[in-house]
Design a protein around this ligand. Sequence first.
Ligand code: R5P
Length: 302
Amino acid sequence: MPDFPTSVQLFAGTASLELGKRIATHYGQHLGPLQVRRFSDGEIYPQLVSNIQGAHVCLIQSTYPPADNLVELLLTIDAARRAQARHITLVVPYLGYMRQDKAHHAGSPVGAQLQALLLVAAGAEQLITCDLHTPTIANFFACPVQHLSSVDVFLPYIQSLQLSALAFVAPDAGSRLRVQPYAEHFNAPLIIGTKQRNVPNEVATLQLQGDVRGKHAIIIDDIIDTGNTICEAAQELKLQGALTVRALCTHPLLSGKAYETLAASTLDEVVVTDTIPLRQHSPQIKVCSVAPLLSSALQSIC
Ligand code: R5P
């Protein structure tokens, strides 16, 4: 029997439809038909409408809140498995619950691990994702994980600014490794922050170590949620003499009053990717797409 090549079919869930279309365009395909209906009570009912028997199915969906986005993905994986897809690859540009990467206190959950268990139990065979909160989250998945970095997206952007006298800022110790490649690439100083939180999202104290006088400061972070971290850091950087302050953050959750918080801040520019769609347009926020990065990763495996 000749071994026919497995056809690849891409599908995007409702949380990542626009990004899914961009990925598919770079990949050189159209998205396959995925119909997501709801029962009257809100229960989700996704259906892969084309014949996927024997195909390599790639499902694109970020799992930012609401949790329905995760449930929709789980149900779609189940649908693909039952329809006899040969392989199931997930493209989850933003992996929700990833800030719960360890049990911080007795009685707290490890949400990232639970999500990994659920996705693999549903039938995921490999995962492509971007900027995990900590790289060790990849180990929660009992399947291969391609962990991509937005360095490949943000470096060319910073280069295009043609700024001299740069300084790169890690707003907390956890983001030091994320910022280091930028500082090394531009041979620029690395400013390390010490952030203390008493409750999630509220910044109790933020101190920055390093000299930013006369420099263009660039804060690098994985997530903007309320915006409090980058706005506090920007204020401190300007107080310490930074000429301009930009924040380059991969995942724009931008919850609650984040847009207002950013608009009222001293930040000169905020650059994010499209792993999560923006709720509203803002002249202060620029979007660099991760679609070429994700599409190349897909091309390397199918
Ligand atoms: C925290 O460890 C993350 O890396 C981000 O700094 C954090 O999630 C940002 O949250 P917020 O925008 O609410 O300060």
